[in-house]
Structures are given as C-alpha cells and as structure tokens.
Write a protein that binds this ligand. Sequence first.
Ligand code: PMP
Length: 440
Amino acid sequence: MTISGSTSQSEALFSRAKAVTPGGVNSPVRAFKSVGGVPRFIVSAQGAYLTDVDGNRYVDYVGSWGPMILGHDHPAVREAIAGALSTGTSFGAPSPREVELAELVTQLTGAERVRFVNSGTEATMSALRLARGFTGRKFIVKFRGNYHGHADGLLVEAGSGLMTNAEGGLGAAAPSSAGVPEEYAALTLVGEYNDPAALDQLIAERGHEVAAVIFEPVVGNAGVLIPTPEFLAALHRVKEAGVVLIADEVMTGFRLSLNGATGLLGLKPDLRCWGKIIGGGLPVGAYGGRADIMDFVSPQGPVYQAGTLSGNPLAMAAGLATLRELQANPGIYTQLEAYTTRLANGLKGAASSAGVPLTVNHVGSMLTAFFIDTPAVRTYTQAAPSDTKAFARWFQAMLSRGVYWAPSQFESIFISAAHSDTQLNATLEAAQTAFKEVNS
Ligand code: PMP
C-alpha cells in the first residue's frame, strides 16, 4: 500500500471518459455511484495489488469481480497467454485449446458437455434458451436479488449494480431496467431466496409452464447470502416437475472448490453456467451439464447459439492455465478460506470496538460485511435495509488507507491466493480506524 492521496489523474481521466462513454465507465458499479468519490483508473495489477494512474497502490479485494483467484499477473497465466499470442489471436475455426479446456471442465465438474461463450451473461442467456427449447415451456424462475447478467428476461428484481444504481433504487419493481418490455419480464417469475415453501408453492401452481429455475448457489450479488439446506432441497425438487435446474456458477465456479458450489454443497443441477475464473482474466463464459439437454444446442440440435470469438485461443489459454494451477494446488482453497475467516473475525472485532453494527457473511473466499444491526442476513429482503451511507463512509476511509474494497454494499469481495498475512494485517489495521470514522 502506497498512498499519495492524489487522485488528480483519475479525476482527469474520469472527465474525459464521461464525455465519450455513458457515465464514464463500461460497467456501472465501476463508477463508484453508490459510494461517491472518483473511481480510480487502474494502470497495472500485480499479485494482491492494484496501482492507479496517480501511483496509489491498493490491496485489491475486487479481483476483477472474481476471475483473479490466483492473483494478478500470475506467471503461469501470463506465459500461457504469451504462448498463445505468438501463434495468432483468433481463428474462427476449432482449435486444440478449446478441446483441452472443455475436457478439463468436464473432468473437474462432472458436466457431460460444455459450450464456450464470451461472458457470464451469454452463458445464462444461452442456458435459458436451451432449457426452453428442451422443455417446450416459456416461463423461468429466478430469485430476488440474484443477478445472472444483463439479458432482458433476467433484469427482473436483479441484484448487483441494480440494487444500488437503478432508477427507483433498492427493491425497484420488476423489470429492474428501462428498455425491458413488460412482456419479457412477465415470462420471469420471481421467488424469494431461502424461502423453500414459496418455491414449492410456485412450482405446484405453475411448474408445468416453467422451463427452468436459475439460481446463484451462493449469492454474491445481493452481498453474500448462504443457502439453507431446506432451500437447496426445494430447488432440487423442481426437477420432479420436469423443470431444468440451472446453477449459475459464474461467480462460485472454481472459486468455492474445484467443482464450485456444486462440489462444496453437493448440488445436482441439470445445467451450470460459468464465467470469470474459467477465463483466467480473459473474456470467457460457458454453460454445460447433462448430455441429453446440451445436445439440443446447435449444430447438434435445434437451439441456436453462436459466437465469432467463442473459444478464442488467448482466452482458452488463460482459462486452461488458471484451472490447471488450481488443480495442481488444491490447498489454495484451504488457504483462501483461512484468510477469509480471519478477515471476517477481524472486521467483526474492529466494528464492535467502534460501536458499528456489522453482520459478516462469508464462505470460501467470498465475503460481504453488511452494515446492519441484525444477527443474520439470509435473504435479499433482510440485506436491503443495510446502511449504505455508513458503508460508503467506511469504503472511502478504507480506500484512503490503501484498501480497495468492492464499491457497493451489495457485492461480494474476493480473496486471491496472492493475499497473505501482510495484506491481512494491513487491511485490519486500516479497518480499525475506518470503522471509527463511520460514526464520526
Ligand atoms: N451470473 C452471476 C452470478 C454473476 O455474478 C455475473 C457477473 N457478476 C453474471 C452472471 C454475468 O457475467 P458477465 O458480467 O461476465 O456477463
């Protein structure tokens, strides 16, 4: 952490960016809208650190929103990308690395088939089209505060940036975005996460019309919410009604274990979606699962889905290097969890000595500190009243001390294998002062 305190170069870039890009950013939460202040323009990233254009160096808890589980600029990933670069950047024809990554993903996850796309959004959108094509049904079910990317029918009671940035703000009525016709939104039924009885009832009444239930197996996009065993059981019961169960592992895949949340929680989804880590920091998404369903995808089957850059050789190389590194070092997961638990305990202790109410949810290397006075946060509705103003003050206090937290109350932070005691101690030291500043 080296903080000059100056943000003048970021400010200058932000003004230039606002003149040419909506809101000055290419993805909304990056604009710091809910926490205020100037977004830092990053020029380089190394291990657990980000360096901005003013020369400030931060401990990074965003990890590019999930992909950088090995830390930034990991040598194996860098070398794999460099190796791929020397042989061409895009072929528009099948290439060996696509087969290798698909084989590795099927081996690690038990999915029988996998199709690569370019983002998590494409993965969930394609998986839902597939479920509709396979079942011949129109409706889908998602859960309040879960985010599955920005396809039209999924921007309904969605989490992530929509919890703090959308017009109408928190809990805005469906659809959560302008430009989504009500007719599209009407095909999306919304349930409450961790409410098994409501899901059972919905499926009892409408199950015959429902193509798929899509869910975050551990939610990151309403802040971290952990599923109860009863809710997981209800999710699996939907399969009895012929509904395709889709676990959106874009965030949790290869993060919570080598087999993601599915492995950690013993899930049996029909389909899964991946993104983030599967591309090792380059743009990759994927969906996969049961062969009888996946074989409905074009050109094998009648459900169309395509991509000019899908299976891109650089992106496949980065994904392969990342997953191979994780496979070769499974101890990483224990290390990540230990760091995260110590961080959670340290934050709780620091908040409590400063008299700031805080509920910390964490699993594996995902964590959210909710600024709320309640013993447990399990649902979107329980998370929503968090004190976003107190969070914003804390966020700024941390940033000014060189800790780059996720710039929204309703996000997970991500720990990487490059985080060690050095970063943990510095973070907790910063947190002790930052919590005191929340109330001052
Ligand atoms: N699903 C989940 C669970 C996500 O967290 C995200 C992105 N944060 C997406 C889908 C969309 O992925 P992408 O931003 O790559 O389109």
